[in-house]
Design a protein around this ligand. Sequence first.
Ligand code: NDP
Length: 400
Amino acid sequence: MGKALIIGCGGVASVAIAKCCQNSEVFTEIMIASRTLSKCDALKEKLQPTTKTIIHTRQVDADKVPELVAIMEEFKPDVCLNLALPYQDLTIMDACLATKTPYVDTANYEPVDTAKFEYKWQWAYEDRFKEAGITALLGSGFDPGVTGVFSAYALKHHFDEINYIDILDCNGGDHGYPFATNFNPEINIREVSAKGSYWEDGHWVETEPMEIKRVYNFDQVGEKDMYLLHHEEIESLAKNIPGIKRIRFFMTFGQSYLTHLKCLENVGMTSIEPVIYEGHEIVPLQFLKFMLPDPATLGPRTVGKTNIGCIFRGKKDGKEKTYYLYNVCDHQECYKEVGSQAISYTTGVPAMIGAMLIMNGTWNCPGVKNIEEFDPDPFMDALNKWGLPWIEDFNPVEVE
Ligand code: NDP
């Protein structure tokens, strides 16, 4: 069917690439291009004997538009799936524009020197993508990603109007380390040490980091502490779900994680301000990332399940209604299937699905679009087929 260029070869990319290789009727050829060629080659060596998909590899610095353009001109991909870091979103979008290549990512742009993620930089590309006649699909991971698809599905099939959305992201997994992050530590720590916020009555309400705590009893995981965070899909859902009054995002954290994080923060190790150490400029958070376990190595050690989903409250036929859509994913099952833990799995599978729907033309809407702006049904079917089946609850316990 088509060719996909995949940028990045870390935890999420490894799963997405494994899934493309399982789906070789759609992904007939892929090119893995990342900063460290040896990682791309090692993954190719592992996967090529298992798949009909033809795998190519290249070294690329995705901060450099001409390097990306050269690869796109040579390989002529039908879609570019960006699974590098949020810092590379704009350069990859520029290269896609230059070569008229559709674009898919899983995280919105964040400048390296300000830990603030928002869609304004990528939404600013809307007219250029529209004029070029190509689609940019933003946020095709789990959250953002599946949470937006769940919202579109709830609105299409279960509500006339959605007024409240609570997104609950629970990781009940245990990797046995006193402190480690389940995806890129730099991105993860920037996210959780930032101020929290939620959307209410048309504006943002800001909170101190971890100020709002709730306890929730998650299906197949049990009772967990969860904390309100700012999260990027709140911004796009606030724009795209008509009648919305409030959207909150909660993520579970164990006490050990929080105690370590507080200590690291208190001694300055989570700072993104460069410091001079013995004549070298270093960024404390980047050094901390270097010291922490690589999330890609957590797979064999992590046991337990994730439970991520959305609780909706709104109106149907004039009556109040609640509805909870979620997925439960088992870390060890993921490891057995693709050699990664569930956080990479729950992001990598939707990334493959988004790329597939763009590549086969099921989703085609020139411009820069968030995932909830597309028809959710083909994505929901694909989730069931490709390893992330969803569960519905028509009488959920709501978050206070
Ligand atoms: P990793 O750090 O494991 O992987 C990032 C990859 O990008 C690495 O292979 C890295 O290369 C490569 N890379 C970084 N900079 C460049 C560059 N300048 N040029 C080329 N390649 C580069 O991160 P994850 O896999 O955990 O995360 C990938 C993305 O997924 C992130 O944007 C993250 O925010 C997003 N994400 C989204 C989620 C969602 O649900 N929506 C959930 C989790 C993550 P090298 O191997 O040399 O380090």
